[in-house]
Design a protein around this ligand. Structure first.
Ligand SMILES: CC(C)(COP(=O)(O)OP(=O)(O)OC[C@H]1O[C@@H](n2cnc3c(N)ncnc32)[C@H](O)[C@@H]1OP(=O)(O)O)[C@@H](O)C(=O)NCCC(=O)NCCS
Length: 193
């Protein structure tokens, strides 16, 4: 029998959102997500982040809002959203954050991203995924490159920060082929360990 993965994707529930609001003042999240921490009654503003599309050609589609849940203890540890999904469309934008710092740096975000890519390519039949990331967010860029994402374009001063300055963002793209190739590479390096 195959081992159970350490995280699974599940629908984003109100109780998860409450937990994420309470974790949102973590300095790493303030830096990497470019948000002002959320008050307990700020669920609506948080959901706007979960649904926020930065790549213009995907605007207007629906959002699939998911939670990343730790399999071992059932804890919702972060969110992952697929945005700009539309009938007959070929692409979507991904947003994610491991909100609970105790679960970062353990490979779980990378695994959740692979699960989301499989869902997007196999179930939603998309052919490309995009995401945006601040150039200084090296752990995230490293994680995305492991999944097969490639830097496509640097958007200058594209994201308005809480202090009203504007930050650059990398657009990164993942095609179905790049995903399959990266998975094969990850599999062969795991086998050679
Ligand atoms: C980005 C994020 C989803 C990645 O998930 P994760 O489970 O923590 O990632 P991983 O444990 O797989 O680590 C990713 C890689 O970054 C590397 N890394 C960690 N710190 C690093 C640093 N300062 N510089 C470069 N690489 C770093 C890790 O070593 C790992 O690579 P490796 O497996 O080759 O060793 C998660 O860290 C997170 O949610 N961070 C806060 C919010 C955020 O940045 N969201 C994304 C916004 S675009």
């Amino acid at each position: 029998m195959e081992d159970e993965p350490p995280v699974r994707l599940a629908p984003l529930e109100d109780s998860h959102v409450s937990r994420y609001l309470s974790l949102s003042a973590d300095p790493v999240l303030i830096d990497t997500m470019g948000w002002k921490p959320f008050d307990p009654d700020d669920a609506e503003r948080f959901l706007r982040y979960v649904e926020n599309i930065t790549v213009p050609y995907l605007m207007g589609g629906r959002t699939v809002a998911l939670s990343i849940v730790s399999t071992a203890d059932g804890t919702p540890i972060g969110y992952l959203s697929l945005k700009g999904v539309r009938e007959g469309g070929t692409g979507a934008e991904i947003g994610l954050a491991i909100m609970d710092k105790d679960y970062r740096g353990r490979g779980l975000g990378t695994i959740a991203l692979r699960q989301a890519a499989e869902y997007a390519f196999d179930e939603l039949e998309l052919s490309v995924l995009v995401l945006t990331v601040f150039p200084g967010n090296e752990p995230a860029i490293r994680s995305y490159e492991k999944v097969g994402f490639k830097k496509a374009e640097l958007l200058k001063e594209a994201f308005e920060m809480p202090d009203e300055t504007f930050a650059d963002m990398w657009v990164m793209e993942l095609s179905r082929d790049d995903f399959v190739n990266a998975k094969a590479r990850a599999g062969s390096s795991a086998n050679s360990n």
